[in-house]
Design a protein around this ligand. Structure first.
Ligand SMILES: Nc1ncnc2c1ncn2[C@@H]1O[C@H](COP(=O)(O)OP(=O)(O)OP(=O)(O)O)[C@@H](O)[C@H]1O
Ligand SMILES: [Mg+2]
Length: 263
């Protein structure tokens, strides 16, 4: 039988609270999700609902309490080894330049330093960072650091990308450019992608499917297919209608959402 690339079943995770608290904090509450090979799935949900926790579990950084993860039909403890993870907090090493940070993953994988840096240089350029290769993280803006972290992630060429708000610190124009670059990199590699975002339009622009999570503890509230060719116009009536549906599932009206995302 055909199986999805990634299949998550009934995942549960609680965190213990302060010793005085009687019950642990339930974060994932029987979460099930499938991602096909080459599919981009956007995860949206209220702040604190458990999105980052889900990605941490998938990446193998924390163990789930129960539930199963299967990759390519085979049960695994986590997706470690198959995954390129861009974490919500950018984890650039302060003592390495942008170039050395971007190339780090490839070097760890055993590529020669020279080759790793050549590849990193090419992708940094595409992401608008030419001329900043020699800068250290503290000399870069928040959005630039985020781009370096994204480049480091995409360079790994893994079959599964976990991207936790990769465009959070960017202005609208840079965001739109990076959406295009991300789609290009995706088209070249065709990975399965789980993309966490707060921005419903971003989700509708990039994803094949949008998954809306409930407030903590997270379960899937709504799944929406967005099978439209790229580039997509988020002001088209079809996408506006889908946006309304997602916002409703989040318990927001269009006006409230504009207030939430306004700078
Ligand atoms: N290591 C941990 N120990 C204890 N509690 C944790 C831990 N990691 C996360 N939590 C709690 O789990 C809940 C979910 O956190 P998580 O970071 O997954 O949310 P999120 O959906 O990614 O939120 P945001 O959209 O704000 O990034 C929060 O209440 C958080 O305090
Ligand atoms: Mg998070």
């Amino acid at each position: 039988m055909a199986h999805p690339y990634l299949e998550i079943r009934d995942l549960r995770k609680s965190f213990s609270r302060a010793p005085s608290a009687t019950r642990p904090l339930r974060v994932l509450d029987g979460l099930s999700l499938r991602v096909e090979r080459g599919e981009v799935v956007a995860l949206v949900g209220p702040s604190g609902c458990g999105k980052t926790t889900l990605l941490n579990v998938l990446a193998g950084l924390i163990p789930p309490d129960s539930g199963s993860i299967a990759l390519d039909g085979r049960r695994v403890a986590s997706c470690r080894g198959h995954v390129a993870y861009m974490q919500q907090k950018d984890l650039l090493l302060p003592w390495r330049t942008a170039l050395a940070n971007a190339a780090l993953g490839l070097e760890v994988q055993g590529l020669s330093r020279r080759e790793a840096r050549a590849r990193a240089r090419t992708l940094l350029k595409r992401f608008g960072l030419e001329g900043f290769e020699g800068h250290y993280p503290h000399q870069l803006s928040g959005g630039m650091r985020q781009r370096v972290a994204l480049v480091r992630t995409l360079l790994l060429e893994k079959p599964l990308w976990l991207l936790d708000e990769p465009f959070g610190a960017l202005d609208a124009l840079t965001r739109a450019q990076l959406h295009d670059h991300l789609l290009q990199a995706w088209a070249a590699q065709r990975p399965a992608v789980l993309l966490v975002t707060h921005d419903v339009e971003e989700a509708l622009k990039l994803a094949d499917r949008v998954v809306v999570l409930t407030p903590r503890p997270a379960r899937v509230r709504l799944e929406l297919e967005v099978k439209r060719p790229h580039p997509r116009d988020v002001t088209s009536p079809e996408l506006v209608a889908l946006k309304r549906e997602v916002l409703e599932a989040l318990g927001l009206s269009v006006r409230e959402e504009e207030e939430v995302t306004a700078p």
